[in-house]
Design a protein around this ligand. Structure first.
Ligand SMILES: [Zn+2]
Length: 480
């Protein structure tokens, strides 16, 4: 009778998938994503220079609709979203006369540390072949109706839950004319004094086949910068000596997303692309990187160049244009789920620490960092300098007892006796340090992740110059 027992046990497991109950990503709907993209396409064009006042056609109507959409989601969660529309006037190479530019931003405030923020965003504007053409139909279904729908769907499912830190859902304008909406939100984040933990930029995330017939619905690409956009001369020369060009916070955020994708088996695998964006191109993660905020770009595994930035037409039997019929909504749902899982984890986890490793002329390595608010434990990782990824398991975990977290400034408590090859860790309100005996630091990169009481852990922050999840202090070393 073994077989039937196993079968019924399996059915019971399927009936109550424990993970799914806690996993907000299970509520993501491909059908709803499609409805959102259909609505966006119905505005005819969402070009930045299109009408601001027509109630049915143009960027003004689309932005107003996006704001209403967030408001109605907020109504269903007891007003849990604060909807704001940062606004500015912009002018530039692709905007000959000053034009009104608005972003739609929904803020789900954290219950414990509202100043810690993770942002998910797509751009709501669209274009055709001529970037200045503001009147032709520019459906922008995939570019970037997909990212816009993803941000709205993320708000729908995550607003049903509460998180200790803040989630921001953003629909950005003016991307095609020069990343203006991304700049506007990055400026807004800075003005608010937010501690930006991560920015997930989603741009072209809803198709799975290229114009040459090559298809891949199993991967999503995640782009991350190596050398930081906000690097200073001093930080650059420190990296040249000690390493760190492969350990920016954005790179570790990319590794983090890859790990999350791997844990949700069979869904969607991450192809990490260790470049800031596609070759010769850009996106709305860039203005955030310029300010030193960790930011990555999600994009499809296979781009279709006939179906982006194109006038709607058929030439020699080839259909051009960014239309809804060319999209893959089950694929977009998978990318949305990965974003939702990542956002949920990041919103629960504390900020990553800013560890420093010291190993000069020593057979030991000392790793130290300042305690992180909300961290109940820290996980320590190391990898060989020629290895691309952190191992799946930490080589050590340091728990921070309640007594220490509440202790007065400067109190030092030894939390463990020496064990094996380590000398134990010292934890105080001002510093946590651990000495790794007989570990030659030259031969390793070290990283530390901070974890909440319920086990949500931050991305790993590398103990290298420029590894911290914080802007590099500007002006540093410029006088050297
Ligand atoms: Zn785009």
């Amino acid at each position: 009778m073994k077989k039937p027992l196993l079968a019924s046990a399996a059915i019971a497991l399927l009936a109550t998938p424990l993970a799914a109950q806690d996993d907000p990503a299970s509520a993501v709907s491909a059908e709803r994503l499609k409805q959102t993209v259909e609505k966006l396409v119905s505005f005819g064009t969402r070009h930045t220079l299109s009408s601001q006042t027509d109630p049915k056609r143009g960027i003004g109507a689309a932005v107003d609709w996006g704001a209403d959409e967030f408001r109605s989601i907020s109504n269903k969660c007891g007003g849990c979203l604060e909807v704001v529309l940062p606004e500015t006037q912009v002018q530039g190479g692709r905007i000959p006369d000053p034009v009104r530019l608005r972003d739609v931003v929904a803020i789900q405030r954290g219950t414990e540390r509202p100043n810690e923020v993770v942002i998910v965003q797509g751009h709501i504007d669209s274009r055709v072949s001529d970037v200045m053409n503001a009147t032709a139909d520019a459906p922008g279904a995939n570019d970037d109706g997909s990212g816009t729908a993803l941000a709205i769907e993320a708000a729908r499912v995550l607003s049903k839950h509460r998180y200790p830190t803040t989630i921001v859902y953003a629909l950005l304008s003016g991307e095609e004319q020069g990343l203006y909406g991304g700049q506007l939100l990055a400026d807004y984040a800075q003005q608010q004094g937010w501690t930006v933990k991560a920015v997930l930029n989603n741009d072209i995330v809803g198709n799975s086949c290229g114009s040459d017939g090559y298809c891949d619905a199993e991967h999503v690409r995640v782009f991350s910068e190596g050398t930081r956009a906000d690097v200073t001369d001093r930080a650059l020369s420190a990296q040249a000596r000690d390493g760190g060009e492969n350990d920016s916070p954005s790179r570790n955020l990319s590794r983090f997303v890859d790990d999350i994708a791997e844990k949700s088996e069979g869904e969607l695998a991450v192809r990490q692309i260790w470049r800031t964006d596609r070759m010769g191109r850009g996106g709305d993660q860039l203005p955030f990187l310029d300010k030193g905020y960790p930011a990555i770009r999600f994009s499809v595994a296979v781009e279709n160049y006939d179906q982006q930035h194109q006038d709607l037409r058929t030439e020699d039997g080839v259909e051009y244009g960014d239309t809804i019929d060319k999209m893959d909504f089950p694929y977009l749902a998978k990318v949305t789920q990965l974003n939702v899982r990542t956002l949920a984890e990041l919103a629960q986890a504390p900020m990553p620490p800013a560890p420093v490793a010291k190993a000069a002329v020593s057979t030991d390595t000392e790793i130290s960092w300042k305690p992180v608010v909300g961290a109940h434990s820290y996980r320590l990782y190391r990898r060989r300098t020629d290895q691309p990824y952190w191992p799946s398991e930490p080589f050590d975990t340091i728990d921070v007892p309640d007594a220490v977290r509440q202790a007065n400034e400067g109190v030092v408590v030894s939390v463990r006796e020496p064990r094996g090859q380590r000398n134990g860790a010292a934890v105080s309100r001002t510093e946590i340090s651990t000495t790794l005996a007989h570990i030659r630091g030259d031969d390793w990169f070290f990283g530390v992740s901070s974890c909440s009481a319920d086990g949500a852990c931050s991305p790993v922050a590398s103990a290298v110059p420029g590894g911290a999840f914080a802007p590099i202090a500007q002006g540093e070393g410029d006088s050297e």
